[in-house]
Design a protein around this ligand. Structure first.
Ligand SMILES: Cc1ncc(COP(=O)(O)O)c(C=O)c1O
Length: 398
């Protein structure tokens, strides 16, 4: 039976951080290979070292980190070949053919997740917010407790103590909420205090320059390892690269999950240098090196399916000329409902009927508009879509 064995296969793990660990594993496997030959496996010719060739996600070239590797392709190959050669020479066994099954290292670079940052905590105030803030101030002047909080807040702001400002504003908000629950504060005043708090928070965070950027994607669907094993990926704006970023931002995804955020980046910081989002302008970010495992691991958490995929191929002889060879829309709301064992067609019909039954004559809505609107919701992506703009897009480079 031993003479039927042709190949020895093993897999150390994904990903191998250093060539010393790699050499250790390959040496052991080479010993097994030679032992099998000694025992009569004379037709063995191949040793398959499995996967494990790493990717330097953080760019730090460190073998001490989970998101980096301390070697390049040449060093990896040298460590494998030298280990096999040393053992075989010592045991006087003919050198085998070495093959590998690298996955991550081959496919990681082949896709980029492009997603839009739709809005951030901005310092601009609109007229409604300004009016509400006035109402908040009215309340402050009427309430003794709030007056004390407000004067503490002003003193802290004057001293530039922004952390303290945030504490005072939270205290004021808590007091108002208690009064609202007791029934002694109206909804308008509560909204006014909310607007005031918002204004202070924005002012404080703009001085610290850490903003919340709301992004049109799901961490759980598109970057599951970021959530599951705290892996970091290179993420950066793909717009306005000639402009120095002026703000630090944290990314919040579309899901209702409080873990749906990106607050770990490859620079080891909890925020990313970003630009102010300009009104009326798109601001897209790219997540790189996610080609391995991310899309396949991502599920339907919060009923967000995969993003739209655009396939990019090199075209022509020029190395920088590309063509989009396919665009595959991500699953629609109907698709994800179906995947969760619902019957979207039935749901849509029932909803339409109910909506039409309750359609009032004096409303500007027509039966056609209701029917079209509901159909559109079921057929559209669960991601944010403004007019005809795409939501997050996965770009695959073939
Ligand atoms: C048997 C085998 N070969 C190859 C691979 C690919 O590994 P990697 O992506 O680290 O190269 C795996 C993944 O775990 C595996 O189990």
């Amino acid at each position: 039976m031993l003479d039927c064995v042709q190949l020895l296969h093993f897999h150390i793990g994904s990903m191998i951080p250093s060539t010393s660990l790699l050499a250790d594993g390959v040496t052991e496997a080479a010993q097994i290979y030679c032992e099998l030959v000694r025992m009569g496996a004379n037709n063995m010719t191949v040793i398959d070292i499995g996967g494990g060739l790493g990717i330097d996600y953080s760019g730090s070239k460190s073998s001490e980190s989970d998101v980096s590797v301390g070697y390049g392709l040449e060093e990896y190959a040298a460590a494998v070949v030298e280990s096999v050669q040393r053992v075989c020479d010592k045991r006087s066994v003919k050198h085998p053919v070495i093959c590998s099954e690298s996955g991550r290292a081959i496919v990681s670079h082949q896709s980029v997740l492009v997603f839009e940052a739709s809005f951030s905590g901005s310092t601009t105030t609109n007229n409604n917010a300004a009016l509400s803030t006035l109402l908040g101030l009215q309340y402050v002047s009427d309430s003794e407790g709030a007056r004390a909080d407000y004067s503490n807040l002003c003193a802290a702001a004057f001293r530039g103590e922004y952390e303290a400002c945030l504490l005072y504003i939270e205290e004021m908000k808590r007091r108002c909420l208690d009064e609202f629950k007791e029934g002694s504060l109206g909804m308008e005043e509560l909204a006014g205090i909310d607007a005031l708090c918002d204004m202070v928070r924005k002012a404080a965070s703009s001085s610290e320059s850490v903003r919340n950027y709301h992004v049109n994607m799901s961490v759980f669907t598109s970057i599951p390892d970021l959530w599951g094993i705290q892996q970091v990926f290179p993420i950066l704006p793909i717009h306005r690269l000639e402009e120095k970023p002026s703000v630090k931002g944290m990314l919040w995804d579309l899901t209702c999950d409080s873990d749906g955020k990106v607050d770990r980046f490859i620079n080891g910081e909890s925020s990313l240098p970003l630009h102010e989002i300009r009104e009326g302008e798109k601001y897209y970010l790219g997540m790189f090196l996610g080609g391995a495992y991310q899309e396949a691991l991502g599920g339907l958490h919060n009923l967000f399916g995969g993003p739209t995929v655009v396939r990019v191929s090199q075209s022509g002889v020029h190395p920088h000329s590309f063509a989009l060879t396919a665009a595959i829309p991500g699953p629609s709301c109907g698709d994800v409902l179906r995947a969760m064992q619902h019957q979207p067609e039935l749901m849509l019909e029932t909803l339409k009927q109910r909506a039409l039954e309750h359609l009032r004559e004096d409303t500007f809505l027509t039966a056609e508009a209701v029917t079209a609107g509901l159909g559109h919701s079921f057929n559209n992506t669960p991601y944010l879509v403004v007019a005809s703009s795409p939501s997050s897009v996965m770009v695959e480079n073939l």
